[in-house]
Design a protein around this ligand. Structure first.
Ligand SMILES: C[S@@+](CC[C@H](N)C(=O)[O-])C[C@H]1O[C@@H](n2cnc3c(N)ncnc32)[C@H](O)[C@@H]1O
Length: 349
């Protein structure tokens, strides 16, 4: 494929907007929370990380309590999730004694924030997973994959065209250029274009899955994916840009707005099957958290609290599990090798 001067593929454009070392969105400020651009589940309520912690311990029991286990968080943001998980996991001393914690994070700016927040804990920051090869690892990816750059292809007059960005002058716009879809399909090992009019996929996401699959096929760990996503078989154009909690034009606020997309979990499942892994289940965030007892936990922690604090806990709980809110919009998937059968968290469907 020949790309004209001043045209760059969409994934390259997104990579620059989010991760350009000088002025990328994730490289210069803390985007989370009320004063930021968006909020993630661990920053809404501690209950989220507590439930994931209980799930981790349940999986460790299923593995027959190995004496060595790693919890590896992918893309830790402001470090809130692993902070709350470690505090929670301390309540399971046998597990805690066996467990090591790792963070894989790209942004040096966020690593600094994480190191400050997590200074009292024993955590190792890792650039890749090479050192973890022979061990059992539980990879946790909350809103990690939706932060990776994507490519998009559109079927226009029966021909596949790649969406690219013209970056000439100050005015940026989309163009659609001829492409060889078979070459891309060869890489992922299946016909991505079958019954589709749009293809939206992240080559980097596939690389991560490939890397993690090497680890999971030889070991008994798993990858827990929690992300904004959908289950329909046909792919959609879900590219979006978010600034101050609102959707904005993708070309406005370059480097100052988040650019993200919704994961198609059916395509993800096809990818992991091709990599000889299996999905233990795909469910909504609502069902996952409810199966783990989040409502009971909310009841316990709000007992004896004044009304305003109780109301706050339930308001936040509703954001996490509410239908038409994160409860339905977010999906959860657990990926392991073919020998494992572990349905905890996935049995409410
Ligand atoms: C949407 S945020 C989610 C943060 C956190 N997991 C949470 O739930 O609050 C995505 C995170 O992934 C990190 N990230 C994105 N691409 C990455 C990559 N290739 N390697 C490591 N970290 C990455 C970002 O810097 C950011 O910390």
């Amino acid at each position: 494929m020949i790309i004209k001067k001043n045209f760059i593929p969409l994934d390259e454009f997104i990579n620059k907007a989010l991760y350009n070392p000088k002025n990328g969105f994730y490289m210069k400020k803390n985007p989370f929370g009320k004063n930021g651009d968006y909020i993630t589940s661990p920053n809404i309520s501690i209950l989220f990380s507590e439930m994931v912690s209980v799930w981790i311990v349940a999986f460790w029991y299923y593995l027959k309590c190995p004496k060595k286990i790693n919890v590896v968080e992918l893309g830790s943001g402001n470090g809130q999730m692993i902070h709350d998980m470690i505090n929670s996991l301390k309540n399971f001393p046998k597990f805690f004694k066996s467990c090591k914690f790792y963070i894989h994070e790209k942004s040096p700016f966020l690593i600094k924030i994480q190191k400050k927040k997590l200074q009292k804990f024993n955590i190792k920051w890792i650039k890749n997973f090479k050192g973890l090869k022979k061990e059992q690892n539980i990879f946790i990816a909350n809103e990690f994959f939706d932060a990776l750059p994507i490519k998009q292809f559109f079927k226009i007059k029966n021909k596949w065209k790649e969406r690219v960005v013209e970056t000439k002058k100050n005015e940026k716009k989309f163009h659609y250029i001829n492409c060889n879809i078979k070459k891309i399909e060869k890489k992922v090992g299946f016909k991505l274009s079958k019954n589709q009019n749009i293809i939206e996929y992240s080559p980097l996401c596939y690389e991560y899955l490939k890397d993690i699959s090497k680890n999971l096929t030889n070991n008994k760990g798993g990858l827990l994916i929690i992300d904004y996503g959908y289950l329909e078989k046909s792919m959609q154009n879900t590219l979006m840009s978010i600034k101050n909690h609102n959707l904005i034009d993708i070309f406005k606020k370059f480097g100052d707005s988040d650019i993200t997309f919704k994961l198609n979990f059916k395509i993800l499942e096809k990818m992991i099957n091709k990599l000889n892994l299996k999905s233990q289940g795909i469910t909504t965030q609502r069902n996952f958290l409810m199966a783990l007892g989040i409502e009971k936990r909310a009841e316990i922690i709000s007992r004896n609290l004044p009304f305003s604090k109780k109301a706050d806990i339930y308001y936040r709980l509703k954001r996490l599990i509410g239908k038409n809110e994160m409860g339905d919009l977010f999906k959860v998937m657990f990926v392991t090798n073919n020998k494992i059968k572990f349905k905890v968290g996935f049995n409410l469907d």
